[in-house]
Design a protein around this ligand. Structure first.
Ligand SMILES: [Zn+2]
Length: 339
Protein backbone atom coordinates (compact mmCIF):
# COMPACT_ATOMS: atom_id res chain seq x y z
CA UNK A 1 0.00 0.00 0.00
CA UNK A 2 1.41 3.37 -0.95
CA UNK A 3 1.80 6.34 1.35
CA UNK A 4 0.63 9.64 -0.05
CA UNK A 5 0.05 13.22 1.06
CA UNK A 6 -2.32 15.99 0.00
CA UNK A 7 -0.78 19.29 -1.02
CA UNK A 8 -2.75 22.51 -1.38
CA UNK A 9 -1.54 25.73 -2.99
CA UNK A 10 -3.78 28.68 -2.37
CA UNK A 11 -3.10 31.67 -4.58
CA UNK A 12 -4.89 34.96 -5.04
CA UNK A 13 -6.89 33.58 -7.96
CA UNK A 14 -6.59 29.79 -7.90
CA UNK A 15 -6.82 27.01 -5.38
CA UNK A 16 -4.99 23.88 -6.41
CA UNK A 17 -4.99 20.52 -4.73
CA UNK A 18 -2.89 17.45 -5.44
CA UNK A 19 -2.40 13.97 -4.09
CA UNK A 20 1.26 12.98 -4.35
CA UNK A 21 2.85 9.71 -3.31
CA UNK A 22 6.12 9.49 -1.41
CA UNK A 23 8.16 8.93 -4.57
CA UNK A 24 6.85 12.23 -5.94
CA UNK A 25 4.35 10.68 -8.34
CA UNK A 26 1.35 12.92 -8.94
CA UNK A 27 -1.81 10.88 -8.33
CA UNK A 28 -4.28 13.68 -8.83
CA UNK A 29 -4.36 17.40 -9.46
CA UNK A 30 -7.32 19.75 -9.31
CA UNK A 31 -7.51 23.44 -10.03
CA UNK A 32 -10.39 25.45 -8.63
CA UNK A 33 -11.01 29.18 -8.77
CA UNK A 34 -10.73 30.92 -5.42
CA UNK A 35 -13.37 33.52 -5.23
CA UNK A 36 -11.43 35.81 -2.96
CA UNK A 37 -14.17 38.40 -3.28
CA UNK A 38 -16.65 36.03 -1.63
CA UNK A 39 -14.45 36.15 1.42
CA UNK A 40 -12.36 34.09 3.71
CA UNK A 41 -14.99 31.76 5.13
CA UNK A 42 -16.30 30.53 1.80
CA UNK A 43 -12.70 30.19 0.51
CA UNK A 44 -11.76 27.97 3.45
CA UNK A 45 -14.98 25.98 3.10
CA UNK A 46 -14.34 25.35 -0.63
CA UNK A 47 -10.81 24.27 0.21
CA UNK A 48 -11.93 21.84 2.89
CA UNK A 49 -14.62 20.31 0.66
CA UNK A 50 -12.06 19.75 -2.10
CA UNK A 51 -9.56 18.23 0.36
CA UNK A 52 -12.28 15.90 1.68
CA UNK A 53 -13.09 14.74 -1.84
CA UNK A 54 -9.46 13.88 -2.60
CA UNK A 55 -9.08 12.20 0.78
CA UNK A 56 -12.20 10.06 0.19
CA UNK A 57 -11.12 9.11 -3.32
CA UNK A 58 -7.79 7.66 -2.16
CA UNK A 59 -9.01 6.26 1.15
CA UNK A 60 -8.61 2.64 0.09
CA UNK A 61 -5.65 3.17 -2.21
CA UNK A 62 -3.06 4.09 0.40
CA UNK A 63 -2.16 5.66 3.72
CA UNK A 64 -2.59 9.41 3.96
CA UNK A 65 0.41 10.73 5.86
CA UNK A 66 -0.88 14.29 6.11
CA UNK A 67 -2.03 17.53 4.50
CA UNK A 68 0.21 20.50 3.70
CA UNK A 69 -1.22 23.88 2.70
CA UNK A 70 0.66 26.80 1.19
CA UNK A 71 -0.92 30.24 1.65
CA UNK A 72 0.34 33.72 0.77
CA UNK A 73 1.31 35.76 3.79
CA UNK A 74 3.30 35.90 6.98
CA UNK A 75 2.43 32.91 9.15
CA UNK A 76 3.15 32.47 12.83
CA UNK A 77 4.24 28.83 12.75
CA UNK A 78 3.57 28.33 16.46
CA UNK A 79 -0.10 29.30 16.33
CA UNK A 80 -0.96 28.81 12.64
CA UNK A 81 -2.18 32.42 12.45
CA UNK A 82 -1.84 34.32 9.20
CA UNK A 83 -0.46 37.62 10.49
CA UNK A 84 -0.62 39.47 7.19
CA UNK A 85 -1.55 38.47 3.64
CA UNK A 86 -1.26 40.97 0.79
CA UNK A 87 -3.56 39.04 -1.59
CA UNK A 88 -6.09 37.79 0.94
CA UNK A 89 -6.87 40.88 2.97
CA UNK A 90 -9.47 39.40 5.32
CA UNK A 91 -7.14 36.52 6.28
CA UNK A 92 -5.04 38.91 8.36
CA UNK A 93 -4.80 38.02 12.06
CA UNK A 94 -6.94 34.97 11.48
CA UNK A 95 -6.30 31.51 12.98
CA UNK A 96 -6.34 29.78 9.57
CA UNK A 97 -4.78 26.50 10.68
CA UNK A 98 -7.16 26.05 13.60
CA UNK A 99 -10.24 26.73 11.48
CA UNK A 100 -9.14 24.31 8.76
CA UNK A 101 -8.26 21.60 11.30
CA UNK A 102 -11.67 21.97 12.93
CA UNK A 103 -13.45 21.58 9.58
CA UNK A 104 -11.35 18.61 8.49
CA UNK A 105 -11.05 16.97 11.89
CA UNK A 106 -7.33 16.37 11.36
CA UNK A 107 -4.05 18.28 11.84
CA UNK A 108 -2.65 20.13 8.82
CA UNK A 109 0.64 21.89 8.14
CA UNK A 110 0.25 25.52 7.14
CA UNK A 111 3.16 27.16 5.37
CA UNK A 112 3.98 30.30 3.39
CA UNK A 113 3.42 29.84 -0.36
CA UNK A 114 6.97 30.80 -1.39
CA UNK A 115 8.35 28.38 1.20
CA UNK A 116 6.33 25.48 -0.21
CA UNK A 117 7.57 26.36 -3.72
CA UNK A 118 11.15 26.21 -2.41
CA UNK A 119 10.45 22.83 -0.85
CA UNK A 120 8.94 21.55 -4.12
CA UNK A 121 12.02 22.57 -6.11
CA UNK A 122 14.25 21.02 -3.47
CA UNK A 123 12.37 17.72 -3.57
CA UNK A 124 11.70 17.21 -7.28
CA UNK A 125 13.04 20.19 -9.20
CA UNK A 126 16.25 22.16 -9.65
CA UNK A 127 17.37 21.53 -6.05
CA UNK A 128 17.15 17.74 -6.13
CA UNK A 129 20.87 17.20 -5.75
CA UNK A 130 21.60 19.74 -3.00
CA UNK A 131 20.87 19.85 0.72
CA UNK A 132 20.78 23.63 1.01
CA UNK A 133 19.20 26.13 -1.37
CA UNK A 134 17.45 29.41 -1.67
CA UNK A 135 14.53 30.09 -3.99
CA UNK A 136 13.17 33.32 -5.43
CA UNK A 137 9.64 33.29 -6.87
CA UNK A 138 9.21 36.22 -9.25
CA UNK A 139 5.48 36.68 -9.76
CA UNK A 140 3.06 39.47 -8.89
CA UNK A 141 5.42 40.02 -5.96
CA UNK A 142 8.75 38.42 -5.12
CA UNK A 143 8.66 35.54 -2.66
CA UNK A 144 11.55 33.69 -1.12
CA UNK A 145 12.25 30.42 0.63
CA UNK A 146 15.30 28.92 2.29
CA UNK A 147 16.04 25.21 2.58
CA UNK A 148 18.82 24.22 4.96
CA UNK A 149 19.76 20.57 5.55
CA UNK A 150 16.78 19.56 3.44
CA UNK A 151 14.26 21.37 5.65
CA UNK A 152 12.69 24.81 5.44
CA UNK A 153 14.48 27.45 7.44
CA UNK A 154 11.73 29.15 9.42
CA UNK A 155 13.65 31.55 11.61
CA UNK A 156 12.23 32.38 15.03
CA UNK A 157 8.53 32.77 14.20
CA UNK A 158 8.23 31.21 10.74
CA UNK A 159 8.72 34.42 8.78
CA UNK A 160 12.23 33.85 7.43
CA UNK A 161 12.94 33.99 3.71
CA UNK A 162 11.18 37.23 2.80
CA UNK A 163 13.75 37.80 0.08
CA UNK A 164 11.46 40.06 -1.93
CA UNK A 165 11.92 42.73 0.73
CA UNK A 166 15.70 42.67 0.60
CA UNK A 167 16.67 46.30 0.12
CA UNK A 168 18.15 47.27 -3.26
CA UNK A 169 17.77 51.06 -3.24
CA UNK A 170 17.39 52.69 0.21
CA UNK A 171 15.35 55.57 -1.24
CA UNK A 172 13.74 53.60 -4.05
CA UNK A 173 10.13 52.98 -5.03
CA UNK A 174 7.75 52.59 -2.04
CA UNK A 175 6.91 48.97 -1.26
CA UNK A 176 3.70 47.48 0.10
CA UNK A 177 5.65 46.29 3.15
CA UNK A 178 6.21 49.90 4.27
CA UNK A 179 9.84 50.14 3.19
CA UNK A 180 11.27 51.55 -0.04
CA UNK A 181 13.37 50.10 -2.82
CA UNK A 182 12.74 46.42 -2.03
CA UNK A 183 13.74 43.77 -4.59
CA UNK A 184 10.03 43.18 -5.25
CA UNK A 185 9.81 46.73 -6.64
CA UNK A 186 12.33 45.88 -9.41
CA UNK A 187 12.02 42.16 -10.12
CA UNK A 188 8.31 41.29 -10.03
CA UNK A 189 5.86 41.26 -12.94
CA UNK A 190 4.14 44.25 -11.32
CA UNK A 191 7.44 46.14 -11.18
CA UNK A 192 8.22 45.42 -14.84
CA UNK A 193 4.93 46.98 -15.90
CA UNK A 194 5.49 49.96 -13.56
CA UNK A 195 9.01 50.53 -14.86
CA UNK A 196 7.65 50.47 -18.42
CA UNK A 197 5.06 53.07 -17.46
CA UNK A 198 7.79 55.22 -15.86
CA UNK A 199 9.92 54.95 -19.02
CA UNK A 200 6.95 56.09 -21.11
CA UNK A 201 6.27 59.02 -18.76
CA UNK A 202 9.92 60.08 -18.96
CA UNK A 203 9.75 59.81 -22.77
CA UNK A 204 12.44 57.12 -22.69
CA UNK A 205 10.30 54.43 -24.29
CA UNK A 206 10.15 53.24 -27.88
CA UNK A 207 7.02 53.78 -29.98
CA UNK A 208 6.31 50.02 -29.70
CA UNK A 209 6.38 50.13 -25.91
CA UNK A 210 4.17 53.23 -25.86
CA UNK A 211 1.71 51.41 -28.11
CA UNK A 212 1.25 48.61 -25.54
CA UNK A 213 0.22 50.86 -22.67
CA UNK A 214 -3.43 51.79 -23.36
CA UNK A 215 -4.60 48.15 -23.28
CA UNK A 216 -4.06 46.58 -19.85
CA UNK A 217 -4.42 43.10 -21.38
CA UNK A 218 -1.47 43.85 -23.69
CA UNK A 219 0.61 45.84 -21.23
CA UNK A 220 2.13 42.92 -19.33
CA UNK A 221 5.60 41.82 -18.29
CA UNK A 222 5.32 39.11 -20.94
CA UNK A 223 4.65 41.48 -23.83
CA UNK A 224 7.39 43.84 -22.59
CA UNK A 225 9.70 40.82 -22.57
CA UNK A 226 8.68 39.99 -26.16
CA UNK A 227 9.74 43.51 -27.19
CA UNK A 228 13.06 43.08 -25.36
CA UNK A 229 13.74 39.84 -27.23
CA UNK A 230 13.04 41.63 -30.51
CA UNK A 231 15.79 44.08 -29.61
CA UNK A 232 13.71 47.02 -28.34
CA UNK A 233 16.26 49.07 -26.37
CA UNK A 234 13.76 50.57 -23.89
CA UNK A 235 12.27 47.12 -23.07
CA UNK A 236 15.78 45.66 -22.76
CA UNK A 237 16.71 48.36 -20.23
CA UNK A 238 13.80 47.31 -18.01
CA UNK A 239 14.99 43.70 -17.90
CA UNK A 240 18.54 44.89 -17.30
CA UNK A 241 17.16 46.60 -14.19
CA UNK A 242 15.46 43.33 -13.17
CA UNK A 243 18.83 41.57 -13.52
CA UNK A 244 20.72 44.35 -11.75
CA UNK A 245 18.34 44.22 -8.77
CA UNK A 246 18.48 40.42 -8.62
CA UNK A 247 22.27 40.54 -8.83
CA UNK A 248 22.42 42.78 -5.76
CA UNK A 249 19.80 40.72 -3.89
CA UNK A 250 21.20 37.28 -4.65
CA UNK A 251 24.77 38.55 -4.27
CA UNK A 252 23.89 39.62 -0.73
CA UNK A 253 22.51 36.18 0.02
CA UNK A 254 25.63 34.50 -1.39
CA UNK A 255 27.75 36.72 0.85
CA UNK A 256 25.64 35.90 3.88
CA UNK A 257 25.04 32.19 3.39
CA UNK A 258 27.43 30.72 0.78
CA UNK A 259 24.75 28.19 -0.25
CA UNK A 260 25.41 25.90 -3.22
CA UNK A 261 22.24 26.83 -5.13
CA UNK A 262 19.90 29.78 -5.77
CA UNK A 263 16.80 28.91 -7.82
CA UNK A 264 14.69 31.47 -9.66
CA UNK A 265 11.07 30.58 -10.41
CA UNK A 266 7.72 32.26 -10.94
CA UNK A 267 6.31 33.71 -14.16
CA UNK A 268 9.07 36.32 -14.62
CA UNK A 269 11.71 33.54 -14.61
CA UNK A 270 10.60 32.74 -18.17
CA UNK A 271 12.26 36.06 -19.14
CA UNK A 272 15.57 34.58 -17.97
CA UNK A 273 17.50 35.35 -21.17
CA UNK A 274 16.53 39.03 -20.91
CA UNK A 275 17.62 39.58 -17.28
CA UNK A 276 20.24 36.88 -16.58
CA UNK A 277 23.26 38.54 -18.26
CA UNK A 278 22.83 41.71 -16.14
CA UNK A 279 22.20 39.58 -13.04
CA UNK A 280 25.38 37.51 -13.40
CA UNK A 281 27.42 40.61 -14.18
CA UNK A 282 26.16 42.37 -11.05
CA UNK A 283 26.58 39.31 -8.86
CA UNK A 284 30.29 39.21 -9.60
CA UNK A 285 30.57 42.87 -8.58
CA UNK A 286 28.47 42.59 -5.42
CA UNK A 287 29.67 39.23 -4.18
CA UNK A 288 33.34 38.38 -4.26
CA UNK A 289 32.27 34.99 -2.92
CA UNK A 290 30.23 34.47 -6.08
CA UNK A 291 33.14 35.70 -8.21
CA UNK A 292 35.36 33.10 -6.51
CA UNK A 293 32.90 30.22 -6.66
CA UNK A 294 31.01 30.78 -9.94
CA UNK A 295 30.88 27.79 -12.32
CA UNK A 296 33.69 29.30 -14.48
CA UNK A 297 36.08 29.04 -11.53
CA UNK A 298 37.54 25.64 -10.86
CA UNK A 299 39.15 26.27 -7.48
CA UNK A 300 36.53 24.41 -5.46
CA UNK A 301 34.87 21.00 -5.75
CA UNK A 302 31.46 22.72 -5.83
CA UNK A 303 30.31 25.90 -7.54
CA UNK A 304 27.62 28.41 -6.65
CA UNK A 305 24.77 27.57 -9.01
CA UNK A 306 22.17 30.18 -9.97
CA UNK A 307 19.53 28.46 -12.03
CA UNK A 308 15.93 28.44 -13.23
CA UNK A 309 13.24 26.51 -11.41
CA UNK A 310 12.03 23.35 -13.13
CA UNK A 311 8.55 22.66 -11.81
CA UNK A 312 6.74 25.80 -12.93
CA UNK A 313 3.54 26.51 -11.04
CA UNK A 314 3.45 22.95 -9.64
CA UNK A 315 6.39 23.61 -7.29
CA UNK A 316 4.10 24.79 -4.49
CA UNK A 317 1.81 21.79 -4.79
CA UNK A 318 4.63 19.28 -4.56
CA UNK A 319 6.28 21.21 -1.75
CA UNK A 320 3.05 21.40 0.26
CA UNK A 321 2.60 17.64 -0.12
CA UNK A 322 6.20 17.05 0.92
CA UNK A 323 5.82 18.79 4.30
CA UNK A 324 3.75 16.09 6.07
CA UNK A 325 6.11 13.45 4.70
CA UNK A 326 9.09 15.27 6.24
CA UNK A 327 7.16 15.71 9.48
CA UNK A 328 6.65 11.95 9.53
CA UNK A 329 10.40 11.39 9.06
CA UNK A 330 11.16 13.79 11.92
CA UNK A 331 8.82 11.93 14.24
CA UNK A 332 10.34 8.58 13.24
CA UNK A 333 13.84 9.93 13.93
CA UNK A 334 12.75 11.22 17.34
CA UNK A 335 11.11 7.87 18.20
CA UNK A 336 14.26 6.01 17.15
CA UNK A 337 16.47 8.24 19.30
CA UNK A 338 14.26 7.87 22.37
CA UNK A 339 14.26 4.05 22.08
ZN1 LIG B 1 9.10 45.55 0.72
Amino acid sequence: MQTFAIGVDLGGTTLRIAAVDETGKLLEKQTLGTEVKRGRDSGIRDMCVAIEQVRAKYKDAGTLCGIGIGVPGFIDMATGMVMRSPNLADWTNFPVREVIEKQLGTPVILENDANVAAMGEKWLGAGRGVEHMCMYTLGTGVGGGLVVHGRLWHGMTGMAGELGHFNIFPDGHPCGCGSRGCLEQYASATAIVRMAREAIEKKEASAELVRLMPDPVQFTSRSIYNLAVQGDASAKRIFEMVGFALGIGIGGMVNALNLPMYVIGGGVASSWDAFAPAMFKEMKVRSSIYALTSPEQKDFAQSTIITRALLGSDAGLYGAARLPMLEGFTQMEKARKSN
